[in-house]
Unconditional design. Structure first.
Length: 446
């Protein structure tokens, strides 16, 4: 929202102009109200929530920024959270809210939920790892039996649909609750009333198991253009479904985490976090970078006599370090992207290394040749710098390319986030190795 609109609403809150505020809120989408609440302090957000009906208040809470939401919920009694918010949420949204609470607060909220079945579903979902399909799924779905006739199916669908906001698919199960197929809504209109569900359902639907990693769920939804995907247990019983909006939220959060990790931030941080939180997130890699710089200075110190004899060599230190860092980051970024979209397999390490070697050989040859021609014109053919810089640059590009490819693929095999390899780790390592190569080659050619 625009700053002037926020200031106007804050003024209305301060003056307790409830009627005007309610009129404004009635015309806003829950996502817009959530954006507004993110900009207000907890007390102002609390006043806004008092003016909303329970259903809209629950929708707004789901859309809020996690930190602002947690701060707001800390002010609210457990009974209010349960009856005003959780009772009006889908199970997956309720789990997301409750999961961030401490154990004592979780128990208090769960005890206050009126619907015992809903509370049971939430308890079951909280047991799953949040990075798996089970941790992201919801239990609200329309389910029919494969042996039902069309009139019986329609009657049951209407009854189940009354308690749902959106219906994406109708899932078909057998008498043992095992997933058998998907019932297209079009069949409700086109199929004769005497047909049984199993005669018109779409068999062998795409599904995932409870312990399927979220990354695989995302890939399946994207590959098959699904708006929802069913979740089954180890023996094929239908236990829930994941919708595309839940997946997109997860993709955005993971993308933000990977970007911050690649930028040298050790933990999730937002622009509105306090000084201590931002410092805590940024300082670790800065300290590692400082140590890397000290190591570089110690390496160069061992070649002080060489640089004293050829002072022009010092002019190319930034070129060697910068090129190595850039090449390594490029290589690792390509590999991480391939691993993320499943176009590259961690078991294809040697194949990818061979391909990267060819690309690196071409790049290294072109870059080193251009630098050699420049130095040849500037310093002449007999100067050490003409050969040393070009050979060092060639070696650094080759090493950085292969290192930038090998590290993320190794991290993937070790089940460590490969995005780590696109950050300062690669740049610092390439700086140190680059200086060793530069100093050593210069010493050999002197």
């Amino acid at each position: 929202m625009k700053e002037e609109e926020i200031e106007r609403i804050q003024q209305l809150i301060e003056n307790k102009e409830a009627d005007q505020l309610k009129e404004i809120l009635d015309h806003l989408h829950p996502a817009d109200i959530a954006e507004l609440c993110n900009e207000l302090d907890a007390e102002e957000a609390r006043y806004i929530y008092l003016l909303l009906d329970n259903e809209k208040a629950a929708d707004v809470l789901v859309e809020m920024d996690e930190d602002a939401r947690n701060e707001f919920l800390n002010m609210i009694p457990s009974e209010v959270i349960a009856k005003r918010f959780v009772d009006n949420m889908d199970s997956d949204d309720a789990v997301e809210i409750i999961r961030n609470m401490d154990d004592e607060k979780q128990q208090e909220v769960l005890k206050q939920i009126d619907d015992v079945d809903q509370a049971g579903d939430i308890v079951d979902l909280l047991k799953y790892d949040e990075d798996t399909a089970g941790g992201l799924m919801g239990t609200e779905m329309v389910v029919v039996n494969e042996n039902w006739s069309m009139p019986e199916c329609l009657r049951e669908m209407r009854q189940q649909a009354e308690e749902m906001d959106e219906i994406y698919y109708v899932y078909v199960v057998d008498d043992d609750e095992r997933l058998q197929g998907v019932f297209p809504l079009k069949k409700v209109i086109t199929s004769p009333s005497v047909s049984k569900v199993k005669h018109v359902m779409k068999k062998e639907p795409i599904s995932v198991k409870e312990d399927t990693p979220i990354d695989e769920v995302v890939q399946l939804i994207e590959k098959y253009n699904l708006v929802a995907i069913p979740v089954v247990d180890s023996i094929g019983r239908l236990v829930g479904r994941i919708t595309v909006d839940d997946v997109m939220d997860e993709v955005r959060e993971r993308g933000n985490r990977d970007y911050q990790l690649a930028s040298g931030l050790s933990q999730d941080v937002e622009t509105d976090d306090n000084v201590f939180q931002q410092t805590k997130a940024r300082l670790p890699w800065l300290m590692i970078g400082m140590l890397g710089g000290i190591a570089n200075s110690m390496i160069l110190g061992n070649f002080d006599s060489t640089f004293a004899a050829h002072p022009e060599m010092a002019l190319y230190i930034p070129l060697i370090g910068g090129t190595g860092g850039n090449v390594g980051t490029q290589s690792s970024a390509i590999v991480v992207q391939g691993l993320a979209n499943n176009s590259l397999n961690a078991n294809e390490t040697w194949k990818q290394l061979l391909k990267e070697s060819v690309v690196a050989l071409i790049n290294a040859s072109i870059i080193s040749m251009i630098v050699y021609i420049y130095n040849f014109v500037r310093f002449g053919p007999h100067e050490t710098v003409s050969y040393s810089v070009s050979i060092s640059l060639f070696a650094v590009v080759m090493f950085a390319s292969l290192f930038g490819t090998l590290v993320p693929m190794t991290l993937e095999k070790l089940k460590i986030d490969p995005a780590l390899a696109t950050g300062p780790f690669i740049q610092i390592t390439n700086d140190i190795i680059g200086m060793l190569l530069y100093g050593g080659i210069t010493l050999l050619l002197s």
